[in-house]
Design a protein. Structure first.
Length: 296
């Protein structure tokens, strides 16, 4: 890439991260033509956030965009004999700090590729390595300037889905850590826990629905927004993963209630209170649940 094209790529990425949309012609490509997406970015994987996209199936792994290979590891590397959760993996630098990572693929990688790769060039074959038990691979995007993992759906044209996300349950937990079973509450602070799925085509969602995250969970009280949990990026701060919920919050807190999410912390005032939860996916589809509470 020459300097002008790098500047264009940087402008596109910044536009996506802050505006939340992108023209299809400028988007990165999917890293596979036929693998099945079984977990998306931000999903609650047994109390941990998924930092990319997990695919299953026998397939070639394709470079999402042209760039330079800056690292490639397999089990026969002399540089490290230590086990890796990523298994065999390759990192491609696309300029301006953006890196794509392809991992958990076949240890016996027979692809002989140059340091410079073209968009949609096969760079590996799916397989089983690292923390994987089924044929497939793990795809991530990392912004090393901002030290954060980026939701690939912000940059790659998303799979179109016309069905709205599903809200499976909404519960409130009081300051003592107890889940409240009644709509008759005491004034105070509560944690809103939402179990939801969304953003994946229906056939795939039916198989592993609990492991899919939406794009955003919004919480409002009496019509005023009081909380917003976003799945656009996961940041790393001093070795701790942080998720954007109003401000940055420890991922351990957000993902503690597997398979749900701690979507907001709210203060419920005395009187009749309307608590609304809105869940949105990357395609703009949304669902909502309204709870009418009596607070004493």
């Amino acid at each position: 890439m020459n300097k002008n094209k790098l500047n264009i790529a940087a402008a596109v990425i910044i536009f996506v991260l802050f505006a939340g949309s992108i023209l299809e012609s400028d988007a990165m490509s999917w890293p596979s033509e036929d693998a099945v997406l079984v977990r998306n970015f931000g999903a609650n994987d047994r109390g941990r956030p998924v930092l990319g996209m997990v695919f299953e199936g026998e397939t070639d792994i394709l470079a999402a965009e042209r760039g330079e290979i800056i690292f490639s590891r397999n089990k026969n590397d002399r540089a490290s004999r230590l086990p890796s959760p990523l298994g065999s993996w390759t990192a491609v630098d696309h300029g301006d700090g953006l890196i794509s990572i392809y991992s958990r693929y076949n240890d016996q990688n027979d692809f002989n590729i140059d340091h410079q790769v073209a968009r949609q060039l096969p760079i590996a074959a799916s397989g089983i390595s690292g923390w994987s038990s089924r044929e497939g691979f793990y795809f991530m995007l990392f912004d090393r300037r901002e030290r954060r993992w980026i939701n690939p759906a912000m940059i790659i044209t998303p799979v179109q889905e016309t069905r709205s996300p599903q809200i499976l349950s909404v519960s409130l937990r009081n300051e003592q850590g107890l889940t409240v079973q009644s709509n008759n509450l005491v004034q105070g602070r509560y944690t809103v826990v939402v179990n939801t799925i969304g953003g994946i085509p229906s056939a795939q969602r039916a198989a592993l629905g609990a492991l899919y995250a939406p794009q955003r969970i919004l919480c409002s009280i009496n019509g005023a927004e009081v909380g917003s949990l976003n799945f656009e990026a996961v940041s790393a701060r001093d070795g701790v993963l942080m998720v954007l919920r109003n401000g940055l919050v420890s991922a351990k807190q957000i993902y503690a209630n597997f398979p749900a999410y701690e979507a907001a912390e709210v203060f419920l005032p005395r009187g009749q209170v309307t608590l609304e939860i809105i869940v949105q996916d990357i395609n703009g589809n949304s669902s909502s649940v309204v709870n009418r509470l009596i607070v004493n």
